[in-house]
Design a binder for this molecule. Structure first.
Ligand SMILES: [Zn+2]
Length: 314
């Protein structure tokens, strides 16, 4: 099986569809995948791959025990994901791990769950996917997901899956991108899948599902303390990275957060915060993938205003 790995190596990683970061937790409207959406398979270590298609990057392990995937993009990508896995494993997908609740990472749950895969995620993924929600941006109801799309194994803080002679360690990182995020660490291969805790551009912090900028920074600090210079770090969207890139992303967030917090504390309005351009020296590197600086600062302003109010209330 390992002799095949070279041919699946794809050097160029991409930035996927532009709407990804704003995907809601409900499965997306039934929209056919563009006919040119292909899955690219990138080999990271023997038996461990990243599948890049439409939606969040998928981690894949194949081996003696079968196949397990981390995230499953959209419902209409399921046949393509299955085909990509089938090139590497004769066995079906036994486990699906969700890094968090968003629909561009859990949209395939229905298909894989119905086919018998065991879905594993943080407690809050099941809680939120299993109940009706309201989309705060347009007040539209988001119905609960189908029964087969719900995680059947959930945990509060951490769990480990022993599979294919590897230890996959799941660690909950509270109130970061959402309140449902986990990092998935391949202990032996020294690879970590960060879900949307780490992306190629300014981060999406989903305040409607418990995400906070302060929590995201803490999440990075926890992961950074547990990895080394050789760790491969899988972004939720964007190219596979490393510790130095995660550290730089974290450091950028700390600088911007501190600047925004200071302006908020001084009573500045959202317009004034945006005009002060606290993202100035980072815009060339991080703007444009999901948000431009103004959009992202608008969200960071709301986030830090809420954080300040909560501190004052204590
Ligand atoms: Zn997300």
């Amino acid at each position: 099986m390992n002799s095949r790995t070279g041919s699946y190596l794809v050097a160029a990683l991409m930035s996927v569809g532009a709407t990804l970061a704003l995907a809601q937790q409900a499965p997306p409207a039934p929209m056919p995948a563009p006919p040119d959406t292909k899955i690219e398979t990138v080999n990271l270590a023997p038996g461990i791959y990243v599948l890049i298609g439409r939606g969040g990057n998928i981690g894949l392990t194949v081996g003696t025990d079968g196949a397990a995937i981390i995230d499953d993009q959209f419902a209409d990508m399921v046949p393509k994901i299955r085909a990509a896995v089938a090139l590497l494993s004769e066995k079906p997908v036994h486990f699906v791990i969700n890094t968090h609740l968003h629909g561009d990472h859990t949209g395939g749950n229905d298909g894989f769950g119905a086919a018998g895969a065991v879905i594993i995620a943080h407690d809050n993924v099941r809680k939120r996917l299993g109940s009706d929600q309201v989309n705060p941006s347009n007040n539209q109801p988001i119905p609960a997901r189908a029964r087969e799309a719900l995680p059947v194994v959930t945990f509060a803080d951490s769990a480990t899956l022993h599979f294919n002679d590897e230890d996959l360690e799941f660690t909950h990182l509270p109130n970061a991108h959402t309140e449902t995020d986990i990092a998935v660490r391949f202990r032996k291969a020294n690879i970590v899948h960060m879900g949307d805790l780490f992306v190629g551009g300014f981060p999406f912090i989903d305040g409607n599902t418990g995400g906070t900028l302060d929590g995201l920074i803490l999440a990075h600090e926890k992961v950074l303390a547990s990895i080394d210079d050789n760790t491969r770090v899988i972004r939720g969207h964007g190219p596979v990275g490393n510790k130095a890139e995660l550290q730089a992303f974290h450091d950028m967030l700390v600088v911007v957060r501190d600047r925004v917090a200071k302006l908020v504390k001084a009573g500045k309005t959202q317009e004034q915060v945006v005009a002060a351009r606290p993202t100035k020296e980072f815009e060339e590197k991080y703007a444009g993938t999901s948000f431009n600086a103004e959009q992202w600062l608008g969200r960071a302003y709301v986030d830090q205003k809420r954080a300040l109010e909560m501190r004052r209330r204590k």
